[in-house]
Write a protein that binds this ligand. Sequence first.
Ligand SMILES: Cc1cc2nc3c(=O)[nH]c(=O)nc-3n(C[C@H](O)[C@H](O)[C@H](O)COP(=O)(O)OP(=O)(O)OC[C@H]3O[C@@H](n4cnc5c(N)ncnc54)[C@H](O)[C@@H]3O)c2cc1C
Length: 432
Amino acid sequence: MTTLEHSIVMGGSMAGLLAAAALAPHSARVTIIDRDPLPVDGPDAFAPRRGVPQGGTVHRLLALGEARMEELLPGLREELLAAGAVPRAAREADPVPDEATPNEGAPAAADGPLGTDEHDAPGIDEPGTLWLTRPVLEGVVRRRVLALPGVEAVQGAVGGLLTSDDKRTVTGVQLRGGEVDELRGDLVVDAAGRSSRAATWVEGLGFERPRTLGTRVHVAYTSQRLRLREGALPEGTESLGQPATGNSPFTIDLEPCGADEHILSIAGTARHQPPTDLEGLLDMVALLPERETADALDSALEGAEPVGEPSVAKAAGAHRQLWEETTDGPAGLVHIGDSAAMFTPLYGQGMTMAAVGAVALRETLAEDGAEGLAARFPRLLGALLDRAWEITTSRDAQIPGAEMLVDGAVVEELPAAGSLVGAGQSTGETLR
Ligand SMILES: Cc1cc2nc3c(=O)[nH]c(=O)nc-3n(C[C@H](O)[C@H](O)[C@H](O)COP(=O)(O)OP(=O)(O)OC[C@H]3O[C@@H](n4cnc5c(N)ncnc54)[C@H](O)[C@@H]3O)c2cc1C
């Protein structure tokens, strides 16, 4: 059922691509705008790019994210395998902190197994079934999405919103550095990630700016792709790692990433910066106080050959814009992915929650059409984000020196997820 004429997606990273896949059945045209070119052919299709500086860092996709992406793009898992992703043999269970609601936000079992009939619905914190790199995942998703009927990519930087004369409806975007100066459409999706300026633009139109919640744990990563020697890992072992402990703020992981390569990743919290060169990373591994892990890692890394340069990335912590709390805002604009909620990378939730949001977008368009979408979608998405947000923020709170923020100001404790949508606000009664 096509309900929209032209949807514009700001940002062509994971959230933007998945949102475009969600919109494709409901919109005659979908235009994805990104500052970067979005190649689908040749080696550049699977290469890191400027707009995703975290692309070289180890990226894990949770089972829920795989399931949601597969729903949007059936057959994706097979294509990822063909592009070099490797299946995880063992899926050691990450504990879900609150057993009461482990599957909230997850698809029902009947929604689709992850390639096997026996597989139950994944919990929100369940590890995925694939080892892969971020560029391979994004490249395959991009190729699939840009092959959908009516979907195209345009290179350019969105510099602002176009609106109706009364400023109550977003009618398109202004572009810089592209072939055209503006694009008009009946829906704009903000998937511009953590650098999104949508809140400032919305405020400039005279609407309320969303309140924000956040954490500051200052994570710094160095990741190095490696080719290990044959039989480097102990028999029956796919990956090795050492979580941060009371003695050390560094998490160390050595895991496959496809194409016969592994990634050695060291992440420090609370401004503890891991070394940024391979020699330094290896020294840190060798000096680990946990001797058993150190010996296993040391021996696995012996004779390893680096592939490319180390990749360095940082994240302050989690950040959430409470669009669901605002009572008024322009029609024709919704937010998805990191621009709505950015999760602390240590727990690997960002891409998964982008996929959860995209499926919710597709479903609400199918069930209730585009009318009132800008008012409806933030509440719908907010409720789906709450559980993952709680996991991120409660884990962050355990990190020494962690700060909790409301509207940028440090607070003792964050309000519980979902508690800030006022009791007086009934869903769907706003003008949007
Ligand atoms: C160090 C690090 C490690 C991470 N590890 C994991 C992990 O293991 N697992 C996981 O699931 N997630 C991880 N994440 C999070 C994950 O990368 C994001 O959640 C995911 O990329 C979805 O983000 P997004 O698409 O909303 O935004 P982004 O990926 O930030 O993309 C935003 C896009 O918008 C474009 N853009 C921005 N502004 C404009 C503009 N004005 N005009 C045009 N284009 C614009 C950018 O070029 C970019 O392509 C990690 C993040 C970091 C920082």
